[in-house]
Design a protein around this ligand. Structure first.
Ligand SMILES: [Zn+2]
Length: 260
């Protein structure tokens, strides 16, 4: 399935949510600087550090970005593009398409595309802010020229959606940083896992993908993975992933392009 008969493919992806993930959860958060500062860290500290790391590793990644993040942090998006990384759509506001209605969903899709394109991105992929679809999502993706979605958990290999010319690049919570690291300041009912635990989980999955084939899709959030200690783990882990000559590291768009 993969170029050079690789055992599996690996995509290193980041959902660059910045402040929007908190505003999408509760619009009143727009007036809470302390809450928003958790997202500002992603734009201010984490994205530059991640770009430096990817350059050292010589890895090209995929960044999914809400339109309003691009409006608030245009220079960061331009830096991501200038470094050669892929930019994908991640909503305009960070609102699940299931909550928008067909017209609202299309308006978000169009506005997000406009701002990302205006900054120089060529956008082919869509990652929903909730990893979820409405009944209209696939039709809208086809209508607006998207070639792939990266949202569903029903497979570990990319596939084409039936009746829609859209490739699905499957994701999973195991390979997301947020379930392991996200601290819920509202409830305090979840502990923060150590980087060593998460590295172990990701390495186990990586071994499984090399065994079964498929797409190792790492989904991370700059505001989450971008803590100083976690970045040390990530750089070591990605270097280790890269040391396997049978793994094809590519952008999400490149994987979609070779999916039959
Ligand atoms: Zn997000």
């Amino acid at each position: 399935m993969w170029p050079d008969s690789a055992s599996c493919a690996a995509v290193i992806s980041f959902d660059f949510d910045a402040e929007e993930v908190w505003i999408g959860e509760d619009p009143a958060n727009a007036d809470r600087p302390g809450t928003l500062s958790q997202g500002t860290y992603g734009a201010k500290v984490a994205v530059p550090a991640i770009l430096d790391m990817l350059k050292r590793l010589e890895i090209t990644a995929s960044f999914f970005i809400p339109g309003r993040v691009a409006e608030r942090h245009p220079q960061r998006v331009e830096q991501i593009i200038a470094a050669g990384h892929e930019v994908g759509h991640h909503g305009y506001t960070h609102t699940s398409p299931t909550k928008l209605g067909p017209e609202g969903e299309e308006a978000e899709l169009v506005k997000g595309l406009e701002i990302l394109t205006s900054l120089g991105a060529t956008v082919r992929g869509y990652r929903s802010p909730s990893w979820d679809f409405s009944p209209y999502t696939l039709d809208l993706l086809v209508k607006h020229g998207f070639t792939y979605s990266s949202n569903l958990m029903d497979d570990m290999k990319p596939y084409r959606h039936p009746n829609h010319d859209v490739v699905e690049l499957p994701v999973h919570w195991t390979l997301d940083d947020a379930p392991h690291f996200w601290f819920d300041g509202a409830s305090w009912n979840k502990t923060i896992r150590t980087s060593a635990e998460v590295r172990t989980l990701w390495a186990e999955e990586f071994a499984g993908f090399r065994n079964m084939g498929g797409l190792f899709m790492l989904t991370m959030h700059p505001q989450v993975i971008g803590r100083p200690g976690r970045l040390l783990m990530l750089e070591e882990f990605l270097g280790w992933v890269k040391s396997h000559s049978d793994v094809w590291i590519a952008t999400a768009g490149e994987v979609a392009a070779v999916t039959p």
